[in-house]
Design a protein around this ligand. Structure first.
Ligand code: BQF
Length: 287
């Protein structure tokens, strides 16, 4: 009967306030958290995302520098930059904006980031730690989703959680984090035979498929919590989620909008991870 439309934008502002206080405490100890961002090429969406990250870092007092490299940058040049940043003790976090141009092997790039500086949480050491149950940096988007669920007062224990999408960056870690909080997790994807069969059973539905409007009203259970991770740029320039908002808002108990839902939380969680990285590399030298 009309869901709570949960503002990720407002929560992200609160998260930034928390981060800002942590940054001030570190600065008082002579530690300046520092994030290095690498953007290769001129993909317009990536440029927007990198700008969002720069602005967020500035707001919380994290120093950041963006390396804007031409699309023709070779894999060796990129690897050389990463080696330099890995070795620089001033740099606590390193982020390579994805996707990379086709001639660069994304896997080799991610593998060459020092895992202690991998604030995106994409290195297999960090993903493996999540699987093993002793996580270090959680990937920002699923971490942001978990924070939204907590703030919305959702108790996941024993709940049917359905994740739509199985990407390494969102869907897979999302399922693991929901599982860690004792949800019963189902992951569905583009080859799932009957998508609606699964989504209709969900108490908590997290949609990260990358298909605008994939989830219609009749695919959602009355009272479900619906988290829309989709960020789809429409031909008119507007952003649309993976959830048909106008239909699903009538059935859900909680729903996140696009824009202003998960997206701002993704960026805020990057700031949290960067502060954690600064702490791990300065205060706790055996980490
Ligand atoms: C909002 C991303 C797909 C592929 C690579 C705020 C962001 C987006 C939306 C943002 C995203 C999506 C990011 C909103 C970073 C989230 O107001 O709704 C912020 O900057 N994001 C990224 O870095 O790479 C992506 C989505």
């Amino acid at each position: 009967m009309g869901a709570l439309v949960f503002s990720g934008k407002e929560l992200a502002a609160r998260v930034r306030q928390e981060v800002k206080e942590e940054v001030e405490a570190l600065k008082a100890q002579g530690i300046q958290p520092y994030l290095a961002v690498i953007l290769v090429g001129d993909d317009p969406a990536s440029q927007v995302y990198v700008r969002n990250k720069e602005r967020s870092a500035k707001k919380v007092g994290i120093e950041s520098h963006t390396y804007r490299l031409p699309a023709e940058t070779s894999q060796q040049e990129l690897l050389a930059l990463l080696q330099k940043l890995n070795a620089d003790p001033k740099v606590h976090g390193i982020l390579v904006q994805l996707p990379l141009p086709d001639h660069i092997n994304e896997r080799d790039i991610i593998l060459s980031i020092n895992p202690i500086k991998d604030v995106d949480g994409f290195h297999p050491e960090n993903l493996g730690r999540l699987v093993a149950g002793y996580p270090r940096y959680l990937p920002c988007t699923p971490r942001g989703v978990m924070r939204i669920l907590h703030e919305a007062g959702v108790n996941l224990k024993g709940q049917e959680a359905v994740v739509v999408g199985r990407s390494v960056i969102v869907g897979k870690p999302m399922g693991l984090m929901l599982l860690a909080e004792h949800a019963t997790v189902t992951t569905v994807h583009s080859r799932t035979r009957d998508l609606a069969f699964h989504t209709r059973r969900a108490d908590v539905l997290v949609v990260a498929a990358g298909r605008a409007g994939l989830i219609k009203g009749d695919m959602v259970k009355e009272g479900a919590v619906v988290i829309d991770v989709g960020v789809n740029r429409m031909p008119d320039g507007s952003l649309k989620g993976d959830v048909e908002f106008d239909e699903v808002v009538e059935k859900a108990s909680v729903i996140t909008p696009v824009p202003g839902g998960v997206g701002p939380m993704t960026v805020a969680m990057l700031m949290k991870n960067t502060v954690e990285a600064a702490k791990l590399q300065t205060l706790n030298r055996e980490a």
